[in-house]
Design a protein around this ligand. Structure first.
Ligand code: KIV
Length: 305
């Protein structure tokens, strides 16, 4: 469960992500930083939930790998994210840790892991770092999470905030709806984003909010905003891997662009395999192991005698 922190080896750290804030005037960044201009590139974040997807996503060069609690829906088949447990999240975060070398690894705190006793919430976050190798945790919620975020930062755990459509609030919201569409709701979201920043988060996910509001939040905050259904002006973007590769079996939201159809590829492969087995076309002789001629002779001799 090792993470390489040597400077210059390409490992992405929390300070690297903070330097990717796009609207900071260049005079306010350190002149000694030779990668300053390239440091303004948009942040690319994707979810991963197991070793092979983690390796593929990391090797493709994303900046942040998020073990999102979307795990519950896209991999474990729950109807929503609420039933997901700490043990399930830790199990999958460990697998992802084994596949990620360069990207920053962030683990999502599941519903119930930070909603009760504050000390237990901190202990749960520490488990992600100690037992699963996460480098940061993500916490859903705005103003209400200020104290918790500050306490986690105090415990040396970098925090990614998450405001807007926070799926763990689905019952309070009455479903999955775009947030911040009225003046009051937009004001509240602005306050939420400011609160997350003031509490010490190093970035904040803006989910399913109007583009104009995300633009306003992005221009006001000094920490990077990472959008999902929040328009192109955010400092970075995140998508659920299974949605963008066509491996989600449920509804996918309109902001989730599909870059591949892996689900269809799997179906075709399995259908072809089943046909080959049933028709005796699999395995072929080339796909079979063979005895040496000497052993074959002796085997046949034994059978004859
Ligand atoms: O759980 C998740 O995958 C997330 C992202 C969509 C931000 O929270």
């Amino acid at each position: 469960m090792s993470t390489a922190f040597d400077a210059g080896n390409g490992k992405i750290t929390v300070p690297d992500i903070l330097r990717r804030k796009t609207n900071v005037p260049s005079s306010s960044t350190q002149n000694s930083d030779p990668g300053r201009e390239s440091g303004r590139r948009k942040i690319v974040c994707l979810t991963a939930y197991d070793y092979p997807t983690a390796r593929l996503v990391d090797e493709a060069g994303v900046d942040i790998v998020l073990v999102g609690d979307s795990l519950g829906m896209v991999v474990l088949g729950y109807e929503n994210t609420l039933p997901l447990t700490m043990d399930e999240m830790l199990h999958h975060t460990r697998a992802v840790r084994r596949g990620v070398r360069k990207a920053l690894l962030v683990a999502d705190m599941p519903y119930g892991s930070f909603h009760g006793d504050r000390n237990e919430a901190v202990r749960n976050a520490i488990r992600f770092v100690k037992e699963a190798g996460a480098e940061a945790v993500k916490v859903e919620g705005g103003e209400r999470r200020m104290e918790l975020i500050a306490q986690l930062v105090e415990a040396e755990i970098p925090v990614m905030g998450h405001v807007g459509l926070t799926p763990q609030s689905m019952h309070a919201f009455g479903g999955f709806r775009v947030q911040g569409k009225t003046v009051e709701a937009a004001d509240q979201l602005l306050r939420d984003a400011r609160a997350v920043e003031a509490a010490g988060a190093f970035s904040v996910v803006l989910e399913s909010i109007p583009r104009e509001l995300a633009t306003r939040i992005t221009s006001e905050l000094r920490i990077p905003t990472i959008g999902i259904g929040a328009g192109p002006e955010c400092d970075g973007q995140v998508l659920v891997l299974h949605d963008m590769i066509g491996l989600s079996l449920g509804h996918t939201p309109k902001f989730s662009r599909r870059y591949a159809n892996v689900g269809e590829a799997i179906s075709h492969a399995v259908t072809a395999y089943a046909e080959d087995v049933r028709e005796g076309r699999f395995p072929s002789d080339a796909e079979s192991y063979h005895l040496s001629s000497e052993v074959r002779e002796r085997l046949l001799a034994v059978r004859r005698s």
